[in-house]
Design a protein around this ligand. Structure first.
Ligand code: UN1
Length: 511
């Protein structure tokens, strides 16, 4: 199935089936689909996808695994995660290569993505000893009121192409210590990242013969497979990362059966650059956030709201840097901008730029590179677009390196503009003015799930809760108390008296 010799050499692909259940590999029974590298359009592999009819077997293995895994004390579950973290450290460079080949990230960013997996492993190991609930003062004498957190059950993790391994790890490492088996439905555009990750994790699982196969499984398939999985009442939690369209479909299907969904969807992230901002710092943070990952992060900076007094200066500096950005083969040292994921992404970018021009936007860049880059890939000059107003196209998320520039005169106006989009993931203000910074972080400021001061919108650490409001879906993954989404809370009242006092002082005498 693997056609690429470079990937074969990595030795990360032990088996080829589109369905992996622990150490077992099963052939898919769905359609055939090539895995294509965005670097040069080459075929990396051909896969026979999993069919929706194959879902029940995978779910029943996950259920079996759940019955065993939930009995294992959480710190022991943490030991498995600790070993996975060690394996990832050992294989960091290899897995990063698969990420670069399959989704076109520059090596630095691919390494960073695997590091994010390692970080969440470390975090989850510590968490495995901290899954605690409260003890609450009871109103009744000789009663104790407390809560416990118990494992929830098989968890479906749907991931997007742009963070093909880290987002799975955020969910999986936390879910594992919480006591849940995981079924992974990766993006159709990044199946090999999932297979390589699974193979690597299974090397660790060989050391844990008592852990059932169904603890970790992968199903590679299209949206009908995803739909079938999300419908399953045996899966109490669906954690999905991707487009708003996909998220709405998942939310509706899961809500229909009153299941839980955890959504991390689109962002349309803005940054306010105030007159007092350090311009050197502004330029560096803007460029990393706007062109990093070729504009294909959900945290990518898409809207720059600049104070009129510094606009010309900042724009000049940005244009100079945009002009000499090293764009090309992401595996080559020194390159900062790799390819878009595919032709459809390129076309969406071009359509967005045309609409921006119709709205009076002035575009710098945005065109496809035709020389000095591998043939067959979609390499673009990141675009800066000076907009007269925040028109409809600016309020949409286009998954490409387009940075719209808007101008403001006073902070209230800037914040109103900032919040006037349907998405609410990440945001930033660049200022040396304490009052402005605090105001931006206050209830009257940014309405996003992430709000930063003097750094860009992307590149969050795993220790914080990650996610956003409005169309971003409201879910929180990764750090802080996000683990609570993966567990069920049970409230216990224990009476250690021989009386039966009723709450609220109710009298109910039967003799
Ligand atoms: C995503 O694009 O879905 O904050 C996740 C960041 C990364 C994660 C992005 N740590 O940019």
């Amino acid at each position: 199935m693997l056609t690429s010799t470079s990937l074969k050499e990595l030795g990360l692909f032990s088996s080829s089936g589109a369905i992996q259940i622990g150490q077992r590999s099963l052939e898919g029974m769905g359609g055939i689909r090539p895995a294509i590298s965005p670097i040069d359009g080459s075929d990396l592999a051909t896969l026979r996808l999993a069919a929706a009819d194959q879902v029940p077997d995978v779910i029943s293995e996950a259920q079996k695994a759940f019955r065993i895994w939930r009995r294992v004390p959480a710190p022991k579950r943490g030991e498995l995660v600790r070993r996975i973290g060690e394996k990832l450290r050992e294989k960091k460079a290899l897995l990063a290569e698969v990420v670069s080949w399959e989704v076109g990230k520059i090596t630095q960013e691919s390494l960073g993505e695997v590091q994010e997996m390692i970080d969440i492993c470390d975090y989850a190991v510590g968490l495995s000893r901290q899954l605690f609930g409260l003890t609450i003062a009871s109103e009744r004498p000789h009663h104790r009121l407390m809560e416990q957190w118990h494992p929830l059950g098989p968890t479906l993790v749907i991931t997007a192409f742009n963070f093909p391994v880290a987002v799975w790890a955020w969910n999986t490492m936390i879910a594992l210590v919480c006591g849940n088996p995981i079924i992974w439905k990766p993006s159709e555009k990044a199946p090999l990242c999932a297979l390589a990750t699974h193979a690597l994790v299974q090397e660790v699982l060989k050391e844990f013969p008592d852990v059932p196969d169904g603890l970790l499984s992968v199903m590679i398939g299209d949206s009908t497979l995803g739909q079938r999985l999300t419908q399953a009442p045996e899966i109490p939690l669906v954690s999905a990362t991707g487009s708003v369209r996909m998220g709405k479909a998942v939310a509706q299907t899961v809500a229909q059966r009153l299941g839980r969904s955890l959504l991390e969807l689109g962002g349309n992230n803005g940054m306010i650059v105030a007159p007092s901002a350090e311009l050197d710092l502004a330029v560096r943070s803007i460029v990393f956030a706007a062109v990093g990952t070729c504009g294909q992060r959900c945290t990518t900076l898409r809207r720059l709201i600049v104070h009129r007094s510094i606009r010309e200066n900042l724009l000049d500096r940005l244009k100079r840097i945009y002009n000499r950005l090293p764009i090309g083969n992401p595996r080559q040292a020194g390159i900062l901008v790799g390819p878009l994921i595919d032709a459809a992404a390129f076309q969406a970018m071009q359509r967005a730029l045309e609409r921006a021009v119709q709205d009076g936007g002035i575009v710098t860049g945005g065109t496809r590179l035709t020389s000095g880059v591998p043939l067959g890939g979609y390499y673009v000059h990141p675009a800066l677009v000076e907009m007269p107003a925040q028109t409809a196209i600016v309020r949409e998320e286009t998954f490409a390196p387009i940075l719209y520039v808007l101008t403001y005169d006073d902070l209230e106006e800037a914040i109103a503009l900032h919040n006037a989009v349907p998405q609410g993931l990440s945001s930033a203000i660049l200022t040396n003015n304490l009052r402005e910074a605090e105001y931006f972080l206050s209830p009257m400021g940014s309405d996003c799930g992430i709000a930063n001061v003097n750094i860009g919108t992307s590149g969050a650490e795993i220790g914080g809760a990650f996610g956003g409001e409005k169309e971003t879906g409201g879910g929180r993954e990764s750090g802080s108390d996000s683990w609570k989404a993966y567990m069920r809370r049970v409230t216990n009242t224990i009476n250690y008296s021989l009386e039966l006092p009723l709450a609220q002082g109710i009298r109910f005498d039967i003799d």
